[in-house]
Unconditional design. Sequence first.
Length: 328
Amino acid sequence: MVQSVKMSGEPLANIPWEDKPAGYKGVVWRYSKNPIIPRDLLPDSNSIFNSAVVPFEGGFAGVFRVDKTSREMNIHSGRSSDGINWEIEKEPIKFIYDDEEIGKSWYKYDPRVVKIEDTYYIIWCNGYYGPTIGLGYTRDFEKFYQLENAFLPFNRNGVLFPRKINGKYLMLSRPSDNGHTPFGDIFLSESPDLIYWGKHRYVMGTTGGWQSTKIGPGPAPIETSEGWLLIYHGVLTSCNGFVYSIGAALLDLDEPWKVRYRTKPYILSPQRDYECVGDVPNVVFPCATLHDPDTGRIAIYYGGADTVVALAFTQIDELVEFIKSNSL
Ligand code: BMA
């Protein structure tokens, strides 16, 4: 099928996929066998959720948030041949670093993985005197190297763009507080070397409805002929607590702090049992996508209720049309 909206990137013929169920109304539809990763996949896992995957060596690799039964939070690497059935390492990733201060990390959670040239960068929420943005890389998913934290505390939801723009690395993030932050807008920062960050730009903030309390970037933006496709989470405060939904925006290709379109309605919200019931009810939290430029297929990996990993699908032409015709 010829796509009218072009996505950059390598073909991915083996992307996990299911067609939209007949009669389904939404622009994003769930995998019929969700969740794909149960909370107890590892002997001592309390929950496995908010995790990131990439194509790797003909199959897939990933970095997974694993909260143990001790409630320690850490990130583990994993492999899959089909993107659906995963083997996750029992031990957390042991990063190599050249300054012991870099190794100070009280917890790690909510990883993103972004391939830039031949390197897979891992970005996560790192416990260093409060939550901030940890950064590391691997080339083989065997050896992992940790870099300096990108930002000062408090910050969450860091994610890199998949290529340099005007010779600079770009990172989206969401400055926070030390707790269950009741506010939050998305900002962009740039760096020549992944160590020194500056030229901070406001990208977008809260509005109403499902994105009225705070928002945060999710998976790495996907480059398309219509702009950078950003899938993000938005939070509403109900009388029963936070509700996490998913929305989408199109950012300017050259100046990605400029928002061209942004969905007023959510594209996915917590409605199934595995999204509504778990350690934190009513959460869908996206951390990764896979995409195939040849077919326009996009697979979205998201955490359900801070407990499991689930999968959903959309198609680029349909999603871009939805974003443009339902924009704020
Ligand atoms: C956020 C993060 C996420 C989590 C969400 C809902 O602040 O901690 O890991 O999914 O809250 O609890």
